[in-house]
Design a protein around this ligand. Structure first.
Ligand code: ADP
Length: 385
């Protein structure tokens, strides 16, 4: 790493070159920062906005050493890194923001849950398996949690891939077989009222910016739409805000963090998981907040003052555009139709079109009187038919 702690940051290394890094592009330009991405393929979205790219897997620590030599700080758009492999770099002075200890914690859902419990933040009742337990041990742990329960792979799960609801004891063993007896989290099924999310950024100087609490709605365990702000009592929003500050401080976060929660029928907030990077639930901030989550991440990791995180319109909806079982031409026709919506901004990530893949999103700014669910449904009627 060419720079010392006191030198200004100009070049930001980003591990991962998907849509999250792609959406950092305009903010980097505004802030006078250069982005260098480490990503597997020249066709990855962020290659187009980067000043240069290093083509390697995100967990290729040797490639990250090369990245570090070119950059003043390294941040993440993808957390599936090789923490152990990167530790020598950190020991030699490479600035990882957030720090590797935050990444290591987040990489294993078990460690996340233990951390939440340690700092007194409520999360669903859970247990875990390492993978070498007997069927009897599995059954005993499951019975203690009750039915239905949720089995989740502890590492590398995303968008619900690696999450299964187990309805009854009779399905337990077959489900674990489908997980290849990998280390898993077992947790109570939460019959939540809503799913909530919040983004929080923190700088090295300790400045914190918390975004509004939003409501996320999933279809088949993948985020379909986000309503901002969440339709919750002020006390719930205040709890989410406090929780975000607590997590940012306890983690000594430098960067941005996405926090996903369940709101129970009794209005209790339970943390589901955290992600030490920008997050799908924060995409609305590009068009509906004073500072987007992407700009905020770059501000936080480059020692610039954080920007205001409040909404600039009464409300907004964001709808994810997933790949359809249809021709490419059909996708492009639907995009043209979406472009006609008022107060809406479309983001198309230019990734290969595949059914179920997150290909883009659209955010619509709404006035106070609008019904956000109806607005989201109108968008979805165009895209999903
Ligand atoms: P991933 O890490 O793959 O995104 P999540 O833990 O976020 O997995 O789960 C994906 C979705 O599955 C959640 O948004 C939620 O809708 C549902 N889900 C996950 N855990 C539970 C649970 N314990 N109870 C009820 N629904 C759950």
């Amino acid at each position: 790493m060419a720079q010392t702690e006191s030198n200004p940051i100009h070049r930001v290394g980003v591990i991962g070159g998907g849509q999250l890094a792609w959406m950092m592009g305009p903010a980097a330009q505004r802030l006078g920062l250069e982005l260098v991405v480490q990503t597997p393929s020249p066709s990855d979205p962020a290659v187009a906005i980067a000043s240069s790219a290093l083509f390697a897997a995100v967990d290729d620590a040797i490639a990250t050493a090369t990245l570090a030599a070119q950059c003043d700080v390294i941040t993440f758009e993808n957390e599936f890194i090789d923490c152990e492999g990167l530790q020598p770099l950190a020991d030699q002075g490479t600035r990882f923001r957030p720090g590797l200890e935050v990444l290591a914690l987040v990489l294993d859902k078990r460690h996340q849950r233990e951390f939440f419990a340690d700092i007194g933040l409520p999360n669903p009742c859970y247990d875990f398996l390492e993978g070498d337990e007997s069927e009897a041990e599995l059954a005993a742990k499951a019975e203690a949690l009750g039915w239905p329960l949720v089995m989740k792979t502890r590492r590398l799960g995303y968008d619900g891939y690696g999450t299964a609801v187990v309805k009854a004891a009779s399905q337990l063993s077959a489900t674990w077989d489908r997980f290849n007896h990998a280390p898993v989290l077992l947790e109570e099924f939460v019959p939540f009222k809503q799913e909530l999310a919040v983004m929080v950024a923190r700088s090295a100087a300790g400045e914190i910016a918390v975004y509004p609490t939003v409501e996320t709605q999933q279809v088949d365990q993948i985020c379909r739409r986000v309503l901002a702000p969440a339709r919750v009592e002020p006390a719930v929003a205040a709890t989410m805000h406090r929780l975000a500050c607590t997590l940012a401080e306890q983690l000594q976060l430098v960067g941005i963090l996405g926090i996903e929660c369940f709101l129970t029928q009794q209005d209790q907030v339970l943390i589901n998981e955290i992600a030490p990077r920008t997050h799908n639930s924060g995409h609305y901030s590009l068009d509906a907040c004073a500072t987007s989550q992407f700009e905020q991440q770059l501000r936080a990791v480059s020692d610039r003052p954080l920007g205001p995180a409040g909404l600039t319109c009464p409300q907004a909806v964001m709808v994810n555009l997933l790949g359809l079982e249809a021709s490419d031409e059909h996708h492009y026709r639907q995009l043209e139709a979406l472009k006609q919506l008022p107060e809406a901004t479309l983001y198309w990530y230019t990734k290969g079109i595949r059914p179920g893949r997150k290909l883009g999103h659209i955010t619509q700014r709404l006035d106070a009187a609008a019904d956000p669910v109806a607005a989201a449904q109108a968008i979805e009627a165009i895209w999903y038919g």
